[in-house]
Design a protein around this ligand. Structure first.
Ligand SMILES: *Cc1c(COP(=O)(O)O)cnc(C)c1O
Length: 231
C-alpha cells in the first residue's frame, strides 16, 4: 500500500540514513551515493511529499506515467527525472527533451534515436548502459559481451554523454544473491575504461542497497522503502 503522505518524509530520511551507514561501513564518502526515489505507480502527491523532504532525483519506468507526473509537478523546477524502465525507441522523443538521465540504453538503435531527439532540441542527454549481467533471457540490458560495442555506439552520438552502467539483478532473490551481480557490473566498468570514463554505477533497490553501496553504487534506485508497496 502507498505510504501515507505524512510518513514519506520520515521514510526518505530513513533511507538516507541507511545509505550513509552502508557507505561508512564500506569506507566510502556517503555523498558519493545519490538516492533516486522510484515513484512508479504512486501518485504525484507522493513525489511532492518526498520533494518537500529534500528529495530531488526521481525514477519512473513507464513513459506515459512519467509524462503525466511531470506535468502535474511542473512547478517543481529543480526536480530531476530518471528513466529507469525499458524504453522503446518510439518513446525516445517523449523523454529526450527533459530527462536528467536515461539508465536503460542497451543497444545502438535506441542510442541513435535518443541522440537524434536530444539533438533536435539542442540538449546533451546523460545516459547509462544497462547490462543484463545475470544473462536472464527475458530481461532488457545488453549482454556483457556486447557492452564494448554498445559503449562505442553511444560514444559516437554527439548529443549523448555516457556516464556509466546500470543493472537489475534477478528479481525475487535475497540480497546476498545481488552482491555478485553488482561486483560483476563494477568489474565490467573497470574493464571498459574504469571510473574515469564511467563514473556512475546505478545498482541497488530497497532490499539490496547495502550490497550495492558496498560494491560501489553511485545511484541507488529505491521505491518500496520510501513510497510503500505497489498495487
Ligand atoms: C521498481 C524498480 C526499482 C525500485 O524497486 P524497489 O524494490 O521498490 O525499491 C528500482 N529499479 C528498477 C529498474 C525498478 O523497475
Amino acid at each position: 500500500m502507498t505510504t501515507a503522505l505524512d510518513a514519506i518524509a520520515a521514510r526518505v530520511a530513513a533511507v538516507r540514513d541507511e545509505i550513509t551507514a552502508s557507505a561508512l561501513r564500506a569506507g566510502r564518502d556517503p555523498s558519493s551515493v545519490r538516492l533516486v526515489a522510484v515513484s512508479k505507480t504512486h501518485p504525484a502527491e507522493c513525489v511532492r511529499a518526498a520533494y518537500a523532504a529534500g528529495q530531488r532525483d526521481f525514477g519512473e519506468n513507464y513513459v506515459q506515467e512519467l509524462v503525466a507526473k511531470r506535468e502535474a509537478l511542473a512547478d517543481l523546477a529543480d526536480l530531476r527525472w530518471h528513466v529507469i524502465g525499458n524504453l522503446q525507441r518510439n518513446k525516445a522523443r517523449a523523454v529526450a527533451g527533459f530527462a536528467a538521465m536515461v539508465h536503460t540504453v542497451d543497444d545502438a538503435a535506441l542510442a541513435a534515436e535518443l541522440d537524434r531527439r536530444a539533438s533536435a532540441v539542442g540538449r546533451a542527454l546523460d545516459v547509462l548502459v544497462q547490462v543484463n549481467v545475470a544473462g536472464e533471457s527475458q530481461k532488457s540490458g545488453c549482454a556483457p559481451d556486447a557492452l564494448g560495442a554498445v559503449l562505442a555506439a553511444v560514444r559516437g552520438c554527439a548529443s549523448l554523454r555516457v556516464r556509466g552502467l546500470m543493472t537489475v539483478p534477478p528479481l525475487g532473490e535475497p540480497a546476498e544473491a545481488s552482491r555478485p551481480v553488482f561486483a560483476r557490473l563494477r568489474a565490467l566498468r573497470d574493464a571498459h575504461g574504469g571510473a574515469e570514463a564511467l563514473p556512475e554505477l546505478s545498482m541497488g533497490m530497497s532490499h539490496d542497497l547495502d550490497a550495492a553501496v558496498a560494491e560501489g553504487a553511485t545511484l541507488v534506485r529505491v521505491g518500496t522503502a520510501i513510497f510503500g508497496a505497489r498495487g
